[in-house]
Design a protein around this ligand. Structure first.
Ligand code: ZN
Length: 640
């Protein structure tokens, strides 16, 4: 860990995306997802599960007003995860305990979108939402509608389950995004007031607690970077250092004297700097690891960085699907054990992959590593994009690698595996998370320090780096070609990632290849053409993964491919791919020679050579699956 090598990402306001592939995704978010979510947050979508998010802010605003006027405010229970409308008093909080975060995620995505694409009407909508949020803030800075509405005396009494610090984290992230987009301080000031209260409340001689759903750690760092207030860094570090210490806070707060060792779900089973295996709820895990990397960099904390390094290696080498999905079980939406990657039971939540991208970028800022940048690419082009329908109107929460619609309907173990994307979810974490990820994609392309600019992702854009103006003209997703124009203000080194999937590459200028980056000395205005040969590949999975023995996956460039019933008929398990078939491509479709095993209805019979008929297998990019109604899908294909 060498702090001279530390880098920063280029801020969104210094990047304009103009990429044929990603601009389309960003336009879907801007034109479909953000307006749809605005309606959903207001409960104005027929047939969708209710959000109650805006309603809760309005109710909390009324409570704050009454408190200011010295009026009596009723108390309601604040003891459940979810408050449905049947059993809830009309004046009380409704929905999930973390409902506020959906409004914040929407606002964060709006901030990024406004940077890319100024839009007065959208900015006005955001201002109205900000007014509602700020009206719900208590005088001491506290802001979480569940406790503001239901019971002010129980604030911060159940950190493990009730998401106040989680909602704070999303508030802070939204505030930073909105301030960067508009320069308006209202929501940033509100977030800082809540952060100040948190810093006053938690610490060595104060409450020694930490959030059950991590994010406050990385959110405090965002506020620290923006304001320079060292209390924010100290409290982020405190949350990390206190987590998992024995006796556990989660026990002592309940007066328990016995040690309950079951806090893996919250990554609170031991101190984070002693955690080397990714465990528990996958989204919480990668959010914690992101905060750990943030703190490791700012405190030059090698021990913490080494834990992060082991954690990301564990994820990349033992716990990640080929699609960049993580968290292989629905039970606790969690990581399981090494090499346990079932295809049909996969949870692989969209948010978890987004969190993995957050974590990966923070690691790249500490130390460049092509494998980690490859992982960002794998995750973005496969699981993250698969999370949203091609029309931007429906979403996956779980991203399986094999789907049989009948199993999803009739086998309760697979109810989480949806054969088609859903309009909206009561627990709607994934769609707004996707909106903020796609709108801020520019922040994942580069890292830079005073001497070196790294290009990690090949997304067409214009960027203002420390030492140069850069333009990337990219047809990377189509044919692996990238054209880089550099206009330097001073001499510097440009480092270009060479993707792991690429065996044959060409650069138009001399360079030094080191650790899968091509290094160029830039002295004057320069153009570099990079050509990455996008050969179709058959990928095998370790035989430690039981589900994939005798099977392969097909990839081309950054894309993982799959087969669907719509192209290949029912019973995809009977399709076999030949050992080294000739692949034919047509646009982003791949055709391969294969065959189909003859169906046999007899449950058991003496073994004979199977009979096959020749067939042409049609494969589509994984991110496009499930856009033609319910049908079978499989990433892995049996080999002949
Ligand atoms: Zn989610």
């Amino acid at each position: 860990m060498d702090n001279k090598l530390y880098s920063e990402h280029i801020k969104l306001k210094n990047i304009t995306i103009n990429d044929p592939f990603w601009t389309n995704e960003q336009e879907l978010v801007r034109n479909e997802v953000i307006p749809y979510q605005y309606e959903a947050l207001h409960d104005r979508i027929d047939g969708a599960e209710k959000s109650y998010s805006v309603e809760n802010f309005i109710k909390a605003g009324r409570v704050v007003e009454k408190l200011k006027n010295g009026e009596d405010v009723p108390v309601f229970p604040a003891d459940k995860w979810c408050y449905d409308d049947k059993n809830t008093h009309p004046d009380a909080f409704r929905g999930w305990v973390f409902q506020d975060s959906d409004v914040y995620k929407w606002l964060e995505a709006v901030g990024y979108s406004l940077i890319n694409h100024p839009d007065e009407a959208l900015e006005e909508k955001a201002d109205k939402i900000i007014d509602l949020i700020c009206a719900a803030q208590l005088e001491n800075g506290y802001l979480d509608t569940l406790y503001v509405i239901n019971n002010r005396d129980e604030i911060f009494s159940n950190l493990k389950d009730f998401h106040e610090l989680y909602c704070f984290g999303h508030l802070a992230e939204a505030a930073v995004s909105h301030y960067n987009a508009t320069g308006k301080r209202k929501i940033l000031d509100a977030a800082c007031r809540f952060a100040d209260l948190i810093c006053k409340t938690f610490g060595e001689d104060k409450i020694r607690g930490y959030g059950g759903h991590e994010i406050a750690e990385m959110a405090l760092i965002k506020l620290y970077d923006m304001t320079g207030k060292k209390e924010y860094l100290e409290t982020a570090k405190f949350f990390i250092d206190e987590r998992g210490k024995k006796p556990y806070y989660y026990d002592t707060v309940l007066g328990r004297t016995t040690v309950n060792d079951n806090y893996h779900y919250n990554q609170a089973h031991c101190e984070p700097r002693k955690q080397f295996e990714a465990v528990g709820h996958a989204v919480r895990g990668v959010y914690l690891y992101s905060g750990m990397a943030d703190v490791a960099k700012r405190c030059n904390d090698e021990e913490l960085f080494n834990a992060c390094k082991k954690l990301i290696e564990n994820i990349m080498h033992q716990k990640m699907y080929i699609t960049g999905g993580i968290g292989s079980t629905v039970d606790g939406e969690a990581f399981t054990f090494n090499y346990d990657l079932p295809n049909d039971l996969a949870y692989s939540e969209t948010c978890a992959s987004i969190g993995l991208v957050f974590f990966a970028r923070r690691m790249l800022e500490i130390s460049p590593d092509a494998e980690i940048a490859d992982t960002v690419e794998r995750t973005l082009y496969n699981t993250v994009l698969s999370g949203m329908a091609r029309d931007g109107k429906s979403f996956f929460y779980a991203n399986p690698l094999e789907v049989l619609p009948e199993a999803s309907h009739r086998d309760s173990r697979k109810h989480h595996v949806k054969p088609v994307r859903q309009k909206w979810f009561g627990c709607a974490c994934c769609p707004p998370n996707l909106a903020r990820m796609i709108s801020s994609i520019g922040e994942y392309c580069f890292t830079e320090n005073n001497d070196i600019l790294y290009i990690h992702q090949f997304i067409g854009c214009e960027a203002k780096a420390k030492n140069a103006d850069i333009e990337i003209i990219s047809t990377y997703t189509e044919n692996g070609r990238v054209h880089i124009k550099i206009n330097p203000q001073k001499e510097f080194t440009l480092a270009v990632r060479i993707p792991k999937w690429c065996n044959n590459y060409k650069f138009s200028k001399p360079c030094e290849i080191k650790n899968s980056y091509a290094y160029f000395d830039i002295k004057s205005e320069t153009e570099i053409y990079a050509d990455f040969d996008m050969q179709v590949k058959m990928i095998k999975c370790s035989n430690r993964v039981r589900a994939n023995i005798g099977k392969i996956a097909v990839t081309r460039g950054p894309f993982v491919y799959c087969i669907e019933e719509a192209d290949n008929g029912k019973s995809l398990q009977m399709i076999k791919i030949k050992h080294r078939p000739e692949f034919r491509t047509d646009g982003d479709i791949i055709y391969a020679k294969g065959c189909r095993e003859k169906e046999c209805d007899i449950l058991y019979s003496e073994w004979t050579n199977p009979e096959y008929t020749e067939t042409e297998i049609k494969l589509i990019p994984y991110y496009k699956w499930g856009n033609r109604g319910e049908n079978e899908m499989s990433v892995y294909i049996s080999t002949l």
